[in-house]
Design a protein around this ligand. Structure first.
Ligand code: PHE
Length: 402
């Protein structure tokens, strides 16, 4: 190649690079400014997103055996969005929410995530509660570089999926320690039996972390048994656990099974305290478990017995909108939405990458579930409460800090 040929090639290259970046800039601009066409939602309603609106996605269990998780989280999210929209939205744009029901199933959670990203083109996604479902959907958010923020998935693996995955709750190594300390220090238990849902990442993880700390504290695991979410008869395993003569039984599952297990345990004459984790948090726990679950203890993210004005204010506004007392799920949904929207508000031009970066910078956010600061692994460090089931209400027992 002669020097002049070389020069020409370079200029051509330079020109085509310039043309390519111009094209990119134009297409980026148009994707921001164009008005997207109206889309049909699952319920037949029309959904529109345009330059004057921001669309956030949400996926959760609105039906199925963990329906209160999805419904109450969504209520919390919607309250936060309504409050922002009343104040004028984010950067002059109204926030809209696209909610998809995953029916409490991991496969449905994954397809909901795909749909939110590829069809609805949401800017960020809030969800899920259950760790197994967050784990099924998070890789899709990560691959597509769409930020996902889980309100209450506590299994450590969730945010390990990648740098686009966040949460606003504490994680299970801490929650397991909280209940192990509580069993040891407060209940003075020496031998605890553990009853695990082997199909749930949450249950398996939490039971492992509990056992580790309880043994470190000098306690003994009297016996272990397992069930699978959806089971209804737990008598065989409970009979086995009873024979180990435990001082307490730890059941790190979700409320539907925990309620049934409590009933069957009492029928079999098991009268020791029952303990659980945040998965017990539902008004349905007492409806299903009745007096058998009364007196049980579980760790949670928040308590309505708080005297903090941030919390009291939230409870008041939530009650006014839904005529119901917000449970932990509603509180976590509210915090997740506010952390996300505040991050969006801090960006220069609302790209998913900028939202990710701002989410990572979240510091001392005054949530209704406590102060939220993201650590290097996108997990906040927060305290937990232990509550006692007292009929339909739960009574605050203690706060345990990390
Ligand atoms: N922490 C549970 C999980 O990771 C979900 C959950 C959170 C359930 C809060 C109830 C209340 O699976």
């Amino acid at each position: 190649m002669t020097p002049s040929q070389q020069r020409r090639t370079r200029t051509n290259l330079g020109r085509s690079k310039f043309a390519a970046s111009l094209l990119l800039a134009v297409s980026l601009l148009s994707s921001v400014s164009c008005t997207r066409k109206t889309e049909q939602a699952a319920d037949g309603s029309a959904k529109t997103s345009s330059s004057s609106e921001i669309l956030i996605g949400e996926y959760g269990s609105f039906t199925g055996s963990e329906a209160t998780f999805g419904i109450n989280t969504s209520n919390g999210i919607k309250l936060a969005i309504a409050e922002w929209n009343e104040k004028g939205g984010v950067k002059g744009k109204k926030i809209n929410l696209r909610s998809l029901d995953d029916q409490g199933k991991s496969e449905e959670a994954a397809s909901a995530m795909t749909r939110l990203i590829t069809q609805d083109h949401v800017i960020a996604v809030i969800g899920e509660n259950a760790s197994s479902r967050s784990l099924a959907a998070a890789p899709i958010a990560q691959q597509n570089k769409v930020p996902m923020i889980s309100p209450s998935s506590t299994n450590p693996k969730v945010t390990e999926v990648g740098d686009y995955i966040f949460r606003v709750c504490f994680i299970d190594p801490f929650q397991g320690t909280v209940m192990a300390k509580f069993a040891h220090d407060t209940l003075k238990a020496k031998k605890v039996a553990v009853f695990v849902d082997v199909k749930s990442d949450y249950s398996v993880g939490l039971s492992d972390f509990f056992k580790k700390t309880f043994k470190e504290l000098g306690g003994t695991i009297a016996a272990e048994a397992s069930y699978q979410g959806g089971d209804m008869d737990f008598k065989a395993q409970l009979t086995q656990l009873k024979a180990s003569k435990p001082d307490a039984i730890f059941i790190p599952g979700y409320y539907t099974e925990a309620g049934l297990i409590a009933r069957q345990a009492r029928q079999l004459g098991i009268d020791v305290p029952l303990m659980g984790g945040d998965g017990w948090d539902s008004a349905k726990l007492y409806e299903i478990g009745g007096d058998a679950i009364k007196g049980g203890y579980f760790s949670n993210h928040y308590t309505t017995d708080s005297t903090d004005t941030v919390v009291l204010d939230f409870i008041k506004r939530y009650k006014a909108k839904y005529n119901d007392v917000p449970d932990g799920l509603a509180a976590m949904g509210y915090d997740a939405a506010n952390v996300l929207i505040e991050a969006m508000n801090r960006t220069a031009d609302l790209t998913s990458a900028q939202i990710r970066d701002e989410l990572a910078k979240t510091k001392d956010f005054a949530g209704v579930t406590g102060k939220i600061s993201m650590d290097a692994n996108r997990n906040p460090v927060k305290s937990a409460v232990v509550v006692k089931v007292d009929g339909a209400d739960n009574k605050f027992v203690t706060t345990i800090s990390p």
